[in-house]
Design a protein around this ligand. Structure first.
Ligand code: PLP
Length: 416
């Protein structure tokens, strides 16, 4: 046993990898206890959109902590939550008029799934099946795992998972197969859940806005609810506030987390249409939405989210995103020419490629070896198997990006 009693997430302790102790973070730089300065090229776990310790978000947290720490949210409310809800309704499509708070990406997905099933049950229709996309990832709680790809992540927990209908990933040239499978599954399905435009943990797989729009249309034609899981793609990651915007898609349910607080503290929301809210609205208590957690809409987290939304309102965030996207594109194109680099792809601030075997498996030892290689170079990059992706905070500068892509080039030379 090592000195610490901590059991870390998604960490195989038996590999003996060092676990750096981080003492500070500012902008795109983490500082460790032993004084190393690490470039955070993946925004912590894809959350830190504006950069670490953003002064406006930190100030909002401090101010709120001195005023109201926590209040039960069943039947009570507070100003930060009201501000966040109003602002979210303002910046998302008009059809999304109701905001339900939760605490993580997984829980806002659980909420969306429960709302979808509650909607059909309260309407007296027997629609229970959920349609999912091949290679998807929606989180690690039971419902979120159920709608995610089956594999090494969840094999041990299969008995806990419910059955779903899986449609193929719409790789270029295979879009029609996806649409046909969706149409065939839709008739009595409760909902489709998708990660719009980019599948994250499934390998940073990019698909077209056109097929996303067509999938939305198929769902609409069959009355199947469309759930957009924008936990990763939201908050500018793909170049627009929401990825759905690029396809002109308005979902029935929208899941947001990660960058909701600028990545400072945990919070999530599920936005729903009035029709879904209405299906639960009644004087009959058995029709209400049965979900909460102790810390639902914690005021300090909501204050951070309100500060994030204020940054989006007052500052040219999308211009920063566009600048970062262009800077990454140049560097990605350069490393793409190196031997050993496969399938370079990018959307907005997300860039990805494979090193070595393009079909490299998640469990092969290249993942940990790449992780160690980047860590030795003072970089936080956490490849998915041999898929190396960059998803930096929007404040990362040119020199820092140079260091990231130089290391990726060296990794291609070593492992490609
Ligand atoms: N949905 C998507 C698309 C994600 O990428 C993630 C996390 O990476 C989740 C849901 C789960 O979020 P969390 O880890 O906050 O539970």
């Amino acid at each position: 046993m090592s000195g610490s009693p901590i059991w870390h997430p998604f960490t195989q302790h038996g590999l003996g990898e060092p676990i750096p102790l981080v003492t500070r973070a500012e902008g795109a730089v983490l500082t460790t206890q032993d004084g190393r300065r690490i470039i955070d090229a993946i925004s912590s776990w894809w959350v830190t959109t504006h950069g670490h310790s953003h002064p406006r978000i930190m100030a909002a947290i401090a101010e709120q902590a001195g005023r109201l720490d926590q209040i039960i949210f069943a039947g009570w409310t507070h100003e930060p939550a009201e501000t966040v809800a109003r602002e979210l309704v303002r910046v998302t499509p008009p059809a999304l008029s109701r905001v339900f708070f939760s605490d993580s990406g997984s829980t806002c997905v659980e909420v969306a799934l429960k709302m979808a099933l509650g909607y059909w049950r309260n309407r007296g229709e027997a629609r229970q099946r959920v349609i999912v996309m091949e290679h998807s990832y929606h989180g690690d709680t039971i419902g979120a795992m159920s709608v995610g790809a089956r594999g090494v992540f969840n094999r041990a927990y299969e008995p806990l998972l419910f059955d779903v209908t899986t449609i193929p990933f719409p790789a270029p040239g295979r879009e029609q197969a996806t649409l046909d499978a969706l149409a065939a599954a839709c008739a009595d399905a409760a909902a489709l859940i998708v990660e719009p435009l980019v599948l994250g943990a499934g390998g940073m797989l990019v698909y077209s806005a056109g097929v996303l729009a067509e999938m939305r249309a198929v769902c609409a034609a069959h009355g199947t609810l469309f759930i957009a899981d924008e936990v990763m793609t939201g908050w500018g990651r793909t170049g627009t506030l929401l990825a759905c915007e690029q396809a002109g898609v308005v979902p029935d349910l929208l899941c947001l987390s990660k960058g909701l607080t600028g990545g400072a503290v945990p919070l999530a929301v599920t936005l729903a249409t009035e029709a879904i809210f209405d299906a639960h609205w009644s004087s009959d208590r058995s029709r209400m939405f049965f979900h909460s957690s102790s810390y639902t809409a914690n005021p300090i987290a909501c204050a951070a989210a309100a500060a994030n939304l204020a940054i989006w309102r007052d500052e040219p965030v999308l211009e920063r995103v566009a600048t970062l996207a262009a800077r990454q594109r140049v560097r990605l194109d350069a490393v793409a020419r190196l031997p050993g680099v496969h399938n370079p792809r990018a959307l907005g601030t997300i860039a990805a490629l494979e090193i070595g075997d393009p079909a490299g498996a998640y469990l092969s030892d290249i993942g940990p070896r790449l992780l160690g290689f980047f860590r030795e170079r003072d970089l936080l990059l956490r490849p998915l198997g041999n898929t190396v992706y960059v998803m930096p905070p929007y404040c990362i500068d040119e020199d820092q990006l140079d260091a990231v892509y130089a290391a990726i080039g060296q990794a291609a030379a070593r492992f490609g």
